[in-house]
Design a protein around this ligand. Structure first.
Ligand code: PHE
Length: 338
């Protein structure tokens, strides 16, 4: 047995392990559960008493030789033939946990509330043609309603623009899907507005659309009430005020009762106690026709809200520009929020 062990030691001394794969195969061959060293230790039990000492020593030498050969490989890892070696026992560098952006937090929450009601997420491009952003939505060309949303047109081709609302996703969805349609479209939108603490030229919206037979304004109201109570709290009250959008008829603006308890409430609600949250209405039959859906058979509602406004209320952020400055001190305050 002594001879066998010594032969192994000599082999090991002549072995070179050029690759990590070779080293691993070598390790398994010698140190694996069914490896040579283990087998020899098993045989060791049968060695007569007077030889035990010498064989035992030889076995330990063999094990050390295997380990030394392996350690050598680590030190000779590519590019590190000389000089300091890595210290694999050192603790790793801690990676600081990231944080979701407040806009993502609010968007995810809004989307998940509507997903629970059976809406699914739809997306569309940020650069849109006139048809999807305006014409199909009942904004005739030269109609003053187009002034409601100051648009960034592409200099080379004014038929194209950065979308001014995610309502363009409504059009794309209706053009390609058959009712019943129940979608929610979160996304980034662009308006050529002066940047201030209240408005920015880039912001985010979530828009919803439901088209089916017999969809009524009562369905819209109930859906929005359920959303408001899920998002702002069970006791939230809403009110709908008549409004105007070219693509909905009738149109409304939804407010939630915010309260008038302190000065901040007065400021936020302009002294009314009501806070405007979103625009909504029944999809105009002309829009359904433009998108190939028969308004004699189907009806539907749509609604849209700005994520920044809601995030500003939720997190008490006084200036919309904070969302885009990427100031880590600001972003880190959301690392605990989900
Ligand atoms: N797209 C409208 C806006 O950007 C919001 C809206 C969506 C209104 C759907 C009614 C229905 O102001």
């Amino acid at each position: 047995m002594l001879e066998i062990i010594e032969k192994h030691i000599r082999t090991i001394e002549q072995t070179t392990l050029p690759t990590a794969g070779a080293a691993e195969a070598f390790r398994i061959q010698y140190l694996g559960k069914k490896g040579i060293v283990q087998a020899l230790f098993t045989d060791f039990k049968t060695v007569p008493g007077d030889e035990k000492r010498a064989v035992g020593q030889a076995l330990n030498t063999l094990k050390t030789a295997v380990e030394a050969a392996l350690a050598n490989v680590v030190m000779k890892s590519p590019g590190r033939k000389k000089g300091p070696t890595e210290d694999f026992s050192r603790p790793g560098y801690a990676t600081p946990p990231g944080a979701h952006h407040p806009i993502s937090l609010v968007r995810n929450e809004i989307v998940s509330i509507f997903e629970r009601m059976g809406f699914s997420v739809a997306q569309g491009p940020e650069m849109e043609d006139d048809w999807h952003n305006f014409s199909a939505l009942n904004f005739p060309s030269e109609h003053p309603a187009r002034d409601m949303q100051d648009t960034f047109f592409l200099a080379k081709d004014p038929d194209w623009a950065l979308r001014t609302h995610t309502s363009s996703v409504q059009v794309r969805t209706m053009e390609t899907q058959k009712p019943p349609i129940r979608i929610i479209a979160p996304g980034r939108v662009f308006r050529n507005e002066a940047i201030s603490s209240r408005s920015h030229c880039v912001f985010h919206q979530v828009e919803g659309l439901y088209i089916d037979k017999n969809v009524s304004f009562a369905d819209l109201k109930q859906t929005l009430l359920a959303f408001a109570q899920a998002f702002f709290g069970e006791k939230t009250e809403i009110r709908l005020r008549p409004s105007y959008f070219p693509f909905t008829e009738p149109s409304a603006e939804m407010d939630i009762w915010w309260g008038l308890e302190n000065e901040a409430d007065h400021r936020m609600t302009k002294g009314t106690g009501w806070l405007e949250i979103m625009g909504c209405g029944m999809v105009d039959p002309a829009v359904l026709t433009s998108c190939g859906i028969d308004p004699m058979i189907y009806s539907g509602y749509a609604f849209g809200m700005g994520i920044e406004r809601i995030a500003m209320q939720r997190f008490q952020i006084p200036d919309i520009r904070a969302f885009y400055e990427n100031d880590l001190r600001f972003l880190k305050t959301f690392s605990g929020a989900l």
